[in-house]
Design a protein around this ligand. Sequence first.
Ligand SMILES: [Fe+2]
Length: 293
Amino acid sequence: MIEIQPLTPHIGARLTGIDARKPLSASDVAAIDAGMDKYAVLVLPGQDITDSQQLAFSRNFGPLEEGANSGARDSELRLPVVFADVSNLDKDGRIAERNNKKRMAALGNRLWHTDASFRVIPAKYSILSGRIVPSEGPDTEFADMRAAYDALDARTKAEIEDLVCEHSLIYSRGQLGFTEFLPDERVAMQPVRQRLVRTHPVTRRKSLFLASHIGTIVGWPRPEAMAFIRDLIEHATQPQFVYVHKWTPLDLVIWDNRTTMHRVRRFDDLNIVRDVRRTTTKSDGPTAAQEAA
Ligand SMILES: [Fe+2]
């Protein structure tokens, strides 16, 4: 029997009664979707799954995104392109060295973000399997962008209602001083436009669509836009909106990128193995019209 226990007043719940190794029934999928719509983050403990089981589980929730390994060439990948390899391992399974380019790019995951907001069709669910998680951490933190939106004053809500932001990996990585993109990567990382306020297709709740991938607000001077985005991210990541996930081995954690931001905290990644593997489903479509080419 499926049971759901909330983890905080706004966001996050623990779901038991599903075996992710086995095909899901339609009612299992509906229960997970309903849990996601309510809690935005679900933790399924004790899911000892293989890569192919993770793929089959994930496909219940929409078409999968590929090529999520931003900053790494396909020839450098440890896992098939349909996975985002969020481990600290290189293609040979060794701990990535300090100056490894994939490691450098992945340091951007320590900034508050949503997965794939830099794509025209952004992500719906991220499904992260904790195959090897050290007891020393790192934690993953999730912020509820619905509760953060609800807590804004009426004037701010009116001001942001129709704003459109530009998102790119170049912006989030650039915040950390990482600029070593090859010419073809720069083309692939052209900014895309996303609404700042989204409405969830099922619950109709509004949420802030924020990320460190934002580099400007369309029609605004860039410094003014970035100062405002920084304020909004500060507001939205206050402790009352955040669930801090402390990993247990074989946790399967699902979050809705349409309604949350997340970040991973710092840990001793040069000495301790962390093997976490993400699959990602696509949302229904673009949130905003793109600039004419
Ligand atoms: Fe992420």
